[in-house]
Design a protein around this ligand. Structure first.
Ligand SMILES: [Ca+2]
Ligand SMILES: [Ca+2]
Length: 199
């Protein structure tokens, strides 16, 4: 009984600590009325400023593949020779631990390399340089928010030759969050363990 109860509580602890809640997610697949849109600025969760980005669908005339070879993704250098600043809507971040991840690839059009800066408030600030043929890769980063705040995820592509780094699957999750309901369950489990030990 005791061993079984201990195993139960340990399993519950593991389940709780592995919990991740997605608080912002976009694969761009439901954007736009056409397969692809040059200089698109109708994003549900994003604004484009100081230039342009392209919405690229499947199939497209440029031979670009989005993640999984389907759906839509974003060329962060649009078609006005001025790469835009691609900013998410403001995201509320309660104090806690978070994981930001996104997929990027080279421009896939044999057009040299590209660079961009990616920021999320003061928590993430990194430059990326990709060669044209660099395949899709997932960037993952964990950070801790000390007190409640709101920030945007910003992709700021450099230059402007109409051919840029490709972006797909932006996900921001909170991790290791012990919610009140989980804590209550955990308390009950520990109580049960004590009762079992006394017996
Ligand atoms: Ca997509
Ligand atoms: Ca473009």
């Amino acid at each position: 009984m005791y061993t079984r109860m201990t195993a139960f509580v340990v399993a519950m602890l593991l389940a709780v600590s592995a919990q991740a809640a997605i608080i912002f997610q976009d694969d761009f697949d439901s954007e736009g009325t056409q397969t692809s849109h040059l200089n698109y600025n109708g994003f549900t969760n994003w604004t484009v400023s100081e230039g342009t980005v392209d919405l690229v669908g499947t199939p497209n005339p440029w031979g670009i593949g989005c993640v999984g070879g389907a759906g839509k993704c974003v060329d962060l250098d649009g078609t006005t020779r001025n790469a835009g600043v691609f900013s998410s809507s403001s995201i509320f971040l309660a104090a806690g631990t978070y994981e930001l991840s996104f997929d990027i690839s080279g421009n896939q059009r044999n057009s040299g390399g590209d660079t961009m800066a990616v920021t999320l408030g003061g928590f993430f600030d990194q430059n990326f340089s990709l060669n044209s043929s660099d395949p899709w890769q997932t960037v993952t980063y964990q950070f801790i928010v000390g007190s409640d705040t709101s920030d945007s995820i910003i992709f700021n592509h450099a230059g402007g030759d109409n051919i840029g780094i490709m972006l797909d699957n932006v996900v921001l999750s909170s991790v290791d969050v012990l919610e009140p309901g989980s804590l209550a369950l955990l308390g009950l489990g520990l109580l049960g363990l004590r009762v079992a030990r006394k017996r």
